[in-house]
Design a protein around this ligand. Structure first.
Ligand code: NAD
Ligand code: TDX
Length: 331
């Protein structure tokens, strides 16, 4: 089996490549533009006879079409992924997330190659804090940010190519991931590295916003399960019952790092900030038998804190520029 993983040098894509090497005998090609969010280090140590990296743009048909035709399956992670960046400049989000997905769809259509499209729960907008319902595969799309709107559009493109052209595709919408190799712009790595740098964690607004955390390794096992057992044309929601308010997460990080749990600051809120995400992964669990392995968020977070302590050489180069950009916005 030859698998093409777009965005495979990013946080979640690189975890999936390691997962494939450990749990299958597939050979893997990573197609990645190596943007600021990518890291070659996340792919280091993988067997050279099973994994190769092609540096290129998923929106470039001249690169994508011949490459796709050499593979049996494409798993599409490549995206611009950070909401705050999409508020500062939406254009790369439109290009990569929409045009990139379109380019890939045309390539899999021409070569008749199976596609799995990786998406987000943010396409469903947000929930009230006290809403007893969670997102399901039937929740209407109401994305809030340029990022989530671009991902919503990419999901619609995939469904249209399935229905109109018979493309063999599945979609997954996953909740917030955490774990090693996540860029320091994102919430959990930002707060851990702020504490390591002797500064205070920064909560947007009141901190009551809720995210449904899942370890990236559980996301990878879910995607592999869908590749192996998922029904073509179907969407599966991925989540591990990890709902926590941002305030709770910041207090937990401070505690795990031996600091006063109230030693954080409130900063300017994100425009259009979604209040709560929560996933009902019942379909994936019942139909495909998937079970997450990282049920204990506190233990997973402690491991993640330890990982960032040990990998300062990796995150340090991006840290100052990330903080300077946040500081310019009062965040
Ligand atoms: P990331 O920003 O860490 O990595 C994205 C990768 O895509 C990078 O390696 C980057 O170089 C590559 N890339 C960007 N533009 C490209 C282009 N034009 N051509 C080729 N490669 C390009 O993102 P992530 O957090 O690992 O997210 C991966 C995917 O998972 C995205 O599709 C995202 O929407 C989805 N997702 C993320 C989360 C989360 O919590 N981070 C949750 C659900 C779904
Ligand atoms: O410094 C911060 N302080 C803060 O309070 C940062 C960076 C974030 N936040 C808040 C905003 C969110 O409520 O923390 C929460 C998580 O923020 P992000 O890490 O930016 O994630 P989010 O916007 O929820 O989106 C993430 O999950 C869904 C990923 O970045 C997306 O790619 C994925 O689709």
């Amino acid at each position: 089996m030859q698998i093409l993983v777009t965005g495979g040098a990013g946080f979640i894509g690189s975890n999936f490549v390691h997962h494939l090497v450990r749990h299958t005998d597939a050979t893997v090609t990573v197609l990645d533009k190596l943007t600021y969010a990518a890291s070659r280090e996340a792919l280091a140590g993988l067997p050279g006879d099973r994994v190769r990296l092609v540096v290129g743009d998923v929106a470039d048909a001249e690169v994508v079409e011949p490459l796709v035709a050499e593979h049996d399956v494409v798993v599409h992670y490549a995206a611009e992924s950070h909401n705050d960046n999409s508020l500062d400049d939406p254009s790369p989000f439109i290009r990569t997330n929409l045009l990139g997905t379109f380019t890939l769809l045309e390539a899999v259509r021409k070569a008749d190659v199976r596609l799995h499209h990786v998406s987000t729960d943010e396409v469903y907008g947000d929930l009230a804090l006290d809403d007893p319902k969670k997102f399901t595969e039937d929740t209407p799309y109401t994305p809030s940010s340029p990022y989530s709107a671009s991902k919503a559009g990419s999901d619609h493109l995939v469904r249209a190519w399935v229905r109109s052209f018979g493309v063999r595709a599945t979609i997954s919408n996953c909740s917030n991931n955490y774990g090693p190799w996540q860029h320091v712009e994102k919430f959990i790595p930002r707060q851990i590295t702020e504490v390591l740098d002797g500064r205070r964690p920064k909560l947007y607004g009141s901190g009551e916003n809720v995210r449904d955390w899942i370890h990236t390794e559980d996301h990878s096992s879910a995607v592999l399960t869908i590749l192996e057992k998922g029904r073509i044309g179907e969407t599966y929601l991925i989540g591990a019952e990890g709902e926590r308010s941002n305030l709770e997460v910041v207090r937990l990080i401070l505690q795990l790092m031996g600091r006063d749990p109230d030693d954080f600051e409130h900063v300017t809120d994100r425009a259009g900030h979604d209040l709560r995400y929560a996933i009902d992964a019942g379909k994936l669990r019942t139909e495909l038998g998937w079970v997450p392995q990282y049920g204990d968020f506190e233990a997973g977070l402690a491991q993640t804190v330890a990982w960032y302590r040990e990998h300062e050489a990796w995150w340090r180069p991006g840290k100052d520029a990330t903080e300077a950009a946040y500081a310019a916005k009062g965040q």
